[in-house]
Structures are given as structure tokens and as C-alpha cells.
Design a protein around this ligand. Structure first.
Ligand code: ATP
Ligand SMILES: Nc1ccn([C@@H]2O[C@H](COP(=O)(O)O)[C@@H](O)[C@H]2O)c(=O)n1
Length: 223
């Protein structure tokens, strides 16, 4: 059972994927965390993230390891826990430039396919290009969407007390990142033709989780 969950930022991919994987006894892989991890490494090693050739040259250097237990997902870079630093606004603002570099994508797609092949009980993999590029033969593909208003409100609430931005700034930053992710040449953010689209704007997180669990169970019955 391989479940691919894609969609723009703030649609609920991570929250939904983790919960679905935990409920169904599947592994979980957050591919966005891997792109954030390589971006953090570039920033901390003085690589200009807007210099695509420099990023490409360095893409093979960091060792990125993802732990796939949905109860406690982990990510390390060169054996250092990166789960905190990859969530800063500095990394969020830089990640789209790094993830657009084909050498970076080739490196991480290989890691992602290996993780899926090794997950014997099955896996939920979330990102932007899982259904279209990374795992085109996934058992089930979901594309989550939500209105810009809903997504910005969710992210603003999540960031409260951390690196808080106001609603308008959060919305503008999300729109900019989605435009860059959708507009890049190599495997842009896109819905696979055979993905089920779920608009989460008016749904609670529990309703979205239930909806995806039902879709997985339907696939299992048919298999
Ligand atoms: N249906 C929902 N209703 C209300 N809040 C939600 C819903 N789904 C997710 N959230 C909340 O919205 C925030 C963003 O969710 P999440 O991180 O899962 O989105 P994402 O699609 O993975 O975002 P990104 O791609 O930017 O990492 C979290 O605080 C989460 O708890
Ligand atoms: N399959 C993917 C997953 C992510 N990205 C890039 O990483 C960024 C961060 O993703 P989050 O889910 O953690 O917000 C995202 O904006 C993309 O630039 C990707 O390219 N492909």
C-alpha cells in the first residue's frame, strides 16, 4: 500500500499523512522535510541558494536520513538532528530555489524511492510531486487543496508565539512559494491525472483524515 499525498502549502498534507499512517500501521515520509534539510545545509555551509550551479555542485554532499515512524518522524543532516532548524522562516524562504535545482531533486527522489521500496507494510509519502514523478504507480494518490484564506489562517495560528507574521504576510509568503513550486521546470507541484482531489477548506482535520482512511480502505477491498 503506497499512498501519495500532494498539494500546495498549508493544505494539511503533513498532519493528514502522519495521522493516516499511524491509524493504518504504515510508514510515513515527509519529503518537504528533506528539501528543507538540504536547504538548511546549503545555508549553513555558505552556499548561495540563488546560484543554481553552486547548489547543484554541492547537492551530493550532505547525508540526509529520514526516520519513518509516524509517531515520531525524524530528520538528520550529517547525523545532526535538523527537525528544529528546517522549520525557520529563513529555510522556508529559501527552499523553493533549492528544490528547483534538478541535481537536488534527483538526489532526493532516489532517497524517497528507496524509502518506499523498504517500507514492507506500506507507506504514506507526502510532497509536491509524489503522484506525478516519485511514485507514479502509487496505490492511491490524493491531491489536497484549500482556499488561500483557509491555508493562511491555519499557518498563522500554527506560527503564533513562534516566528509570528500577520495574516497578510503569511498569505503572501505562501502564495509566493506555491507559485515558485508550481512554475519550476523539473517536476513542478501538480495533481496527477489519476489523483483524487480533496478540498479541505471546509473540513476539520479529523474529517480529512477519515476521508483519506476511507479511500485507502476502499483500495484495500478492491485489491
Ligand atoms: N482541515 C484542517 N482544518 C484546520 N486546520 C488544519 C487542517 N488541516 C491542517 N490543519 C492545520 O494547518 C496547519 C498546516 O497543516 P500541515 O502542516 O499539515 O500542512 P501542509 O500541507 O503539510 O503544509 P506545508 O506544505 O506548508 O508543510 C497545521 O497547524 C495543521 O494542524
Ligand atoms: N516533493 C516535494 C516536497 C517539497 N518540495 C519543496 O520543499 C518545500 C517545503 O515543503 P513543505 O511541505 O515542508 O512545506 C516546498 O515548498 C517545495 O519547494 C518539493 O519541491 N517537492
Amino acid at each position: 500500500m503506497i499512498v501519495a499525498i500532494d498539494g500546495p502549502s498549508g493544505t494539511g498534507k503533513s498532519s493528514t499523512s502522519r495521522a493516516v499512517a499511524a491509524k493504518l500501521g504504515l510508514s510515513y515520509l515527509d519529503t518537504g522535510a528533506q528539501y528543507r534539510a538540504i536547504t538548511w545545509w546549503m545555508l549553513t555551509n555558505g552556499i548561495d541558494v540563488n546560484d543554481a550551479a553552486g547548489v547543484a555542485d554541492a547537492a551530493g554532499k550532505p547525508v540526509i536520513v529520514s526516520g519513518s515512524d509516524p509517531a515520531a518522524p525524524t530528520i538528520t543532516v550529517d547525523a545532526v538532528d535538523a527537525s528544529g532548524p528546517i522549520r525557520t522562516q529563513e529555510v522556508t524562504a529559501a527552499v523553493s530555489a533549492v528544490s528547483a535545482v534538478p541535481e537536488v531533486r534527483a538526489r532526493l527522489v532516489e532517497l524517497q524511492r528507496t524509502a518506499a521500496a523498504e517500507a514492507l507494510a506500506g507507506i504514506v509519502v507526502e510532497g509536491r510531486d509524489i503522484g506525478t514523478t516519485v511514485l507514479p504507480d502509487a496505490t492511491l494518490k490524493i491531491f489536497l487543496t484549500a482556499s488561500e484564506e483557509a491555508r493562511a489562517a491555519r499557518r498563522t495560528a500554527e506560527l503564533k508565539g513562534k516566528e509570528a507574521q500577520d495574516l497578510a504576510a503569511t498569505r503572501a509568503a505562501m502564495a509566493k512559494r506555491d507559485a515558485a513550486d508550481s512554475g519550476r521546470k523539473t517536476s513542478p507541484l501538480a495533481k496527477a491525472d489519476d489523483a483524487v482531489e480533496v478540498d479541505t477548506s471546509e473540513l476539520t482535520l479529523d474529517q480529512v483524515i477519515e476521508c483519506v482512511v476511507t479511500l485507502v480502505e476502499e483500495k484495500r477491498i478492491k485489491a
